[in-house]
Design a binder for this molecule. Sequence first.
Ligand SMILES: NC(=O)C1=CN([C@@H]2O[C@H](COP(=O)(O)OP(=O)(O)OC[C@H]3O[C@@H](n4cnc5c(N)ncnc54)[C@H](OP(=O)(O)O)[C@@H]3O)[C@@H](O)[C@H]2O)C=CC1
Ligand SMILES: N[C@@H](CC(=O)OP(=O)(O)O)C(=O)O
Length: 359
Amino acid sequence: MSSDRVLNAAVLGATGTVGQRFIVLLSKNPMFRIHSLGASERSAGKPYSQATKWKMSELMPEEAKNAVVKNCDPANYAGCDVVFSGLDASVAGDIEKSFFEADFAVFSNAKNYRMVPNVPLCVPVVNTDHYALIAAQRAALGLKKGFIVTNSNCSTSGLVVPLKALQDRFGPLKRTIVTTLQAISGAGYPGVASLDILDNIVPLISGEEPKMEEEVLKILGGLSQDASVCTPLDNLRISATCNRVPVIDGHTECVNLEFANAPPSVEEVKRCLREYTCEAQDLGCFSAPKHIINVTEEEDRPQPRLDRNAGDGMSVTVGRIRECPVFHIRFTLLVHNTILGAAGASILNAEYAAKKGLL
Ligand SMILES: NC(=O)C1=CN([C@@H]2O[C@H](COP(=O)(O)OP(=O)(O)OC[C@H]3O[C@@H](n4cnc5c(N)ncnc54)[C@H](OP(=O)(O)O)[C@@H]3O)[C@@H](O)[C@H]2O)C=CC1
Ligand SMILES: N[C@@H](CC(=O)OP(=O)(O)O)C(=O)O
């Protein structure tokens, strides 16, 4: 049973980098109405335009400007059909729990619940089959309507898209090495100090590498037979190295990949990536991009400034696809870290949930 009514949306962490992106995207989305904005006690009680330092290149949407920011107590969110969270991870655990326990449908960007076995860690162009976990999650928590679905880490979101396409067509993947060049917006606001990042590269993003290494295995894995828990892949070895670079938006990732079986040719890889489709597209979800993977033939692409808005930020651009003398194939990908890597993915997750009658 699908829901096509306009849904009342709350954004928690509305004043932050991801929260602002939610507001821009929701203001253009016919399926949602911005109903409530939440943030810390520092912001609560203020009109949104005063509570936030607006950093988006789009103008602040009118419907957000005068909304009074609330604190994040579920009692203040009656009438909301869906709760998007861009909360800082230091507070997301307790606040998001209070919302799903109050029977709200929560779509989170924070890391806190990503690896819980009955929580879908869902990149909506990759593994919507993991929504089957929601029945077991509700049963375990005694919820009628509430649940939590999480997004992945922003770098993980980009990587799993071509890996999923290739795994589906050419069979199991054996080993992958990924080196990231991550934008500063990934660190939130004010994020990395200008004196650290201008004219520089920082070869550490604390905690990022283990997150990528474990999240990929969960997303590309399956579910137990009774769909009560996910079953991460155990046959793919992955090594991630993460760097912060002076780019505002868009994470670039250099990937080397080995297949378990005889490898496809470069041309077969390109065709596979171009032809990749997903269920959210089949269902006609508003935010699903026309082309999930934008395969570029130009030898000096993808580039963040030129390619991050492909598919309105919901496509992954893959270029420099070539043979690897050590593994089988190598390529460079680009993902918009606050759109497919964060708010855009949450919104598409919610569109999918609505189409499936979960909202
Ligand atoms: N930026 C990115 O590319 C990505 C971020 N994420 C994740 O998304 C989440 C948000 O990230 P980002 O937007 O970058 O972070 P920001 O630091 O920019 O924003 C954090 C938000 O959390 C709110 N907040 C902080 N403390 C509290 C509190 N005690 N109670 C209620 N709200 C609070 C802030 O409100 P206030 O203004 O009132 O302090 C603000 O709205 C994080 O969990 C992050 O790890 C995930 C993928 C990508
Ligand atoms: N750490 C990522 C963004 C982020 O917040 O990721 P996570 O939600 O996995 O902590 C970056 O800096 O680009």
